[in-house]
Design a protein around this ligand. Structure first.
Ligand SMILES: Cc1cc2nc3c(=O)[nH]c(=O)nc-3n(C[C@H](O)[C@H](O)[C@H](O)COP(=O)(O)OP(=O)(O)OC[C@H]3O[C@@H](n4cnc5c(N)ncnc54)[C@H](O)[C@@H]3O)c2cc1C
Length: 495
């Protein structure tokens, strides 16, 4: 036991109550008792047994759900626990200390709830629709689709104002949206039959896939005001899926595939944002900003896990009759690891605390808050990189072996540092939050091209429409569509 790594010292009482501290302790105990012994099974063992990996993942996920971890941020009026953002971060960190993939799967449910219950809007109708599934005895999993072939980081780049999005939605009738386009890398994602198969195999622990929360646009050339988010059920017609990418980490705990949308129809109520411009706030603040902050806690959990493994190992490895951790060469590296881990934690806790006081510190979609979220993730990423690297060095070949678990954290940390725009995007967002926004060289020429493309597309649509329904009907439809930009969700949901 290392006192400085115990919850009492990790989570200072200026950020949490005694009750919240007790929760951190019970998540920690759960991780040690249930997750630690099965870390390697979550990879399907050295030989990547897919069945073993999935069974382990869903068994542990079920246990997390039973503990209430998945519904931590669902408000109490919808049957959730309504716990604070600090507890949500404790869950991210403590579970990630056991396995970052399991932590991310639980975090996905927190994430999707935050899109429907936030300072931009509260989608009571959708929360009421999803609550019975989220709070049921057997848990569902969910997925968020952001990244596109044009470049994931471009969507996360605020200066490009969502003009690179290619998943486009259009109103078909007043009660339906149609999606077309292509997302890459979302996870967990796969054909509906795939999830049905696991559900049928393990009905007592796995309820299935809830569906996809997809970042979309009505028209890329209109930038921020046209961006939004749409919920697509896991078995919606018109979606097709690629094969899982083979990757460095998260080998079995996240299945990432391509998704193509071809005239996928969803009820209009599944558009999460309800006013032009709100979609951009949700994407900047809750998808990207707070998504990165959750990543900071997970990265800190990884760094803590490898520090503990290195501490234990260097206690038993001797040089000339003395534990190596008592030799200054080793002691100074372990001390540096601790110093960095604790700083990463104190910083992400402070930013989380600030994020829950937007009246004082600003809205989560404001550039200065995004700079803080990005700083937290960026710093925690460097800490996880340093600690996994040094733990491996201190432990020599044992650190490199599958058996000691360090190599798993070494592979997993990297993508938490890279998703949602990556290490470079974090730094750009910090700089822009610090001294104001700036655009890339060539931006104006590019913008002109995007507008031209938009106009050509509009002309083509007008021509096709005139040929189909005549000129006066076309004018009327366009007038209606213009009105539609001010879409009124209350009216829609009343119907
Ligand atoms: C295990 C795993 C899970 C994932 N889960 C999901 C998921 O659930 N949903 C989802 O949507 N995606 C997911 N992703 C995708 C991931 O978020 C993206 O890969 C990531 O955001 C980077 O996008 P990209 O790969 O297209 O890289 P690029 O956009 O090509 O970026 C490559 C590099 O260039 C830099 N760069 C590029 N453009 C810019 C720019 N405009 N500003 C600053 N820097 C820039 C980046 O920082 C990065 O270093 C996942 C990926 C993996 C491996």
């Amino acid at each position: 036991m290392y006192l400085l790594l115990e919850p009492e010292h990790k989570y200072p009482r200026c950020f949490c109550s005694e009750e919240e501290l007790l929760m951190a302790k019970s998540i920690r105990e759960f991780t040690e008792k249930e997750v630690f012994p099965r870390r390697q099974d979550l990879e399907g063992g050295w030989h990547r047994d897919e069945d073993l990996a999935h069974k382990t993942l869903y068994e542990l996920y079920y246990k997390c759900h039973k503990l209430g971890l998945t519904i931590a941020n669902l408000p109490t009026e919808y049957g959730g626990l309504g716990l604070s953002p600090i507890v949500r971060q404790m869950i991210n960190e403590e579970l990630s200390r056991g396995d970052p993939g399991l932590s991310t799967l639980v975090g996905k449910i927190h994430w999707i709830v935050s899109f429907m219950y936030n300072r931009v809007n509260v989608r009571k109708d959708l929360l009421e629709e999803f609550a019975p599934k989220l709070t049921g005895k057997i848990p569902y999993i969910a997925c968020v689709c952001i990244t596109e072939p044009e470049g994931g980081a471009n969507i996360e780049d605020p200066s490009l104002e969502f003009r690179t999005l290619n998943v486009v939605i259009a109103k078909k009738r007043s009660d339906t949206y149609v999606l077309n386009g292509h997302k890459i890398w979302p996870g967990p994602a796969a054909k509906p039959e795939y999830w049905d198969r696991w559900r049928e195999k393990w009905p007592d622990i796995f309820a299935g896939h809830l569906g996809y929360w997809v970042v979309v646009t009505e028209d890329p050339s209109r930038g921020e005001e046209a961006a939004g988010m749409v919920y697509v059920p896991y078995n919606a017609k018109g979606m097709s899926f690629g094969e899982p990418y083979m990757k460095c980490g998260f080998c079995m705990t996240d299945e990432n595939v391509d998704i193509w949308y071809e005239n996928v129809e969803v009820p209009a109520k599944y558009r999460i944002d309800t006013k032009p411009g709100d979609g951009a706030k949700i994407i900047h603040g809750y998808v990207i900003g707070l998504g990165r902050l959750a990543g900071a806690a997970r990265l800190t959990g990884i760094a803590t896990a490898v520090l503990e493994i290195a501490l234990d190992w260097t206690k038993d490895r001797m040089i000339a009759g003395k534990p190596v951790r008592e030799r200054s060469l080793f002691a100074s590296i372990l001390a540096q690891m601790y110093r960095m881990v604790d700083l990463a934690r104190q910083y992400y806790l402070s930013v989380t605390w600030q994020a829950s006081r937007p009246d004082v510190y600003g809205e989560p979609w404001s550039p200065h808050m995004i700079a803080k979220f990005s700083s937290a993730r960026s710093f925690a990423g460097e800490v996880a990189m340093f600690c996994t690297n040094k733990a491996m060095e201190l432990m020599g070949s044992y650190g490199y072996s599958f058996e000691m678990n360090v190599e798993k954290y070494y592979r997993d940390y990297k993508i938490i540092q890279m998703w949602l725009g990556g290490a470079q995007r974090d730094l750009m967002d910090i700089a822009q939050g610090l001294y104001g926004s700036f655009k890339w060289g060539g931006y104006d020429e590019w913008l002109t091209r995007i507008h031209e493309k938009g106009k050509t597309l509009e002309k083509k649509i007008d021509k096709t429409m005139s040929e189909a329904v005549g000129e006066s009907e076309t004018k009327q439809i366009k007038k209606d569509l213009e009105k539609d930009k001010e879409y009124d969700l209350d009216n829609l949901t009343k119907k």
